[in-house]
Design a protein around this ligand. Structure first.
Ligand SMILES: Cc1cc2nc3c(=O)[nH]c(=O)nc-3n(C[C@H](O)[C@H](O)[C@H](O)COP(=O)(O)OP(=O)(O)OC[C@H]3O[C@@H](n4cnc5c(N)ncnc54)[C@H](O)[C@@H]3O)c2cc1C
Length: 294
């Protein structure tokens, strides 16, 4: 299908883009990589009267390490993140997860800000952001605000961002020492959206044997990415051992409440979430210990 008629503007400055959004509100839609928006236009699931192309605004591009977090500006392509040595060194969970986003041409066009703003519940980056307790920078003519990931995703394809606000950057906090991470997911084919995915973060106490903190962030199990907070709480203070990961899998299955759809049943998703949690926790803990031995 062809998209409905729309006007197109490609500002070269951020303030020009914000002025159009302030004037038109939800009549206008930002266009980033177009990998989700263009299919939605073609299927007439989105009908904006104006597209505001962000691709010519240089200040929306770049990766920088600032004040304990990695700040990735909104128009940074998935592929730039995938290839970044700064990301690999300081945010290995992001490096690992981003390889699962679609196929190479999609990652070459798709952007970090677009993925976060689109808020697909099976998309990797929202899940990574939630696992890392990250935050989203929003800017409008009314001012700037920084929203924690736990408050940003509110419903299916819905965030707290208002129609006149742009995602300008995404903050991925650097983890404390003795932390390891792992991203695992199940999809029908590599590049498909995940049926279930999990990001695990494990921080080991100074005794080298006890879990100080563990986090589990799931995609594909609800209308937004979700943390298994009860399972996380139960992991605190437990020994770093296979029995602990097995118990966490049970806790995850009790805590999550997935729904069925045409891709998978709720029971399958619940079962897989437990398996992935067990494996991801073990891998994250192993990586923590490998880091200590180096
Ligand atoms: C075949 C296929 C497979 C895919 N598989 C995956 C996958 O496995 N995992 C995955 O995560 N993604 C997948 N994607 C989606 C891809 O990652 C997209 O790039 C991403 O979801 C949206 O990024 P984008 O830059 O293309 O945004 P766009 O499509 O340009 O925009 C998406 C939405 O976000 C809004 N938006 C964009 N930028 C901003 C901004 N800065 N501020 C405010 N609003 C903004 C737009 O108005 C629009 O509503 C797939 C896409 C395709 C076509």
């Amino acid at each position: 299908m062809k998209p409905p008629r729309f006007r197109y503007t490609a500002p070269e400055r951020l303030d020009e883009a914000l002025a159009v959004l302030a004037e038109l509100g939800d009549e206008a839609k930002p266009l980033a990589g177009g990998q989700s928006l263009v299919p939605m236009l073609n299927m007439r699931l989105a009908r904006p009267s104006v597209l505001v192309d962000l691709n010519r605004i240089p200040e929306l591009d770049g990766i920088e390490l600032v004040d304990g977090y990695l700040r990735i500006r909104a128009m940074t392509r998935h592929r730039a993140v995938e290839r970044s040595s700064v990301v690999a060194q300081h945010q290995p969970l992001l490096s690992e997860a981003i390889r699962y986003v679609g196929h190479l041409p999609i990652r070459t066009r798709g952007t970090v800000g677009g993925s976060i703003a689109h808020a697909d519940p099976a998309a990797e980056l929202p899940g990574v952001l939630l696992a890392l307790d990250g935050a989203v920078e929003l800017l409008s003519q009314r001012g700037e605000r920084v929203v924690p990931a736990a408050e940003f995703f509110v419903d299916l394809l819905t965030t707290v961002a208002a129609p006149d606000e742009l995602v300008t950057a995404v903050r991925f906090p650097v983890l404390p020492p003795n932390s390891g991470t792992a991203w695992l997911e199940v999809a029908r084919r590599h590049g498909d959206y995940a049926l279930v995915g999990v990001g695990a973060v494990v921080t080991i106490a100074s005794d080298g044997r006890t879990i100080e903190e563990a986090r589990l962030s799931f995609i594909g199990v609800s209308v937004t990415p979700v943390r298994a907070r009860a399972a996380e709480a139960a992991l605190r203070g437990q020994p770093v051992a296979p029995d602990t990961w097995r118990a966490a899998a049970v806790a995850v299955r009790e805590e999550l409440d997935p729904t069925s759809d045409i891709h998978a049943s709720a029971a399958y998703r619940r079962s897989i979430a437990g398996v992935l949690a067990e494996r991801a926790l073990a891998l994250a803990a192993q990586r923590t210990q490998e880091g200590r031995e180096r």
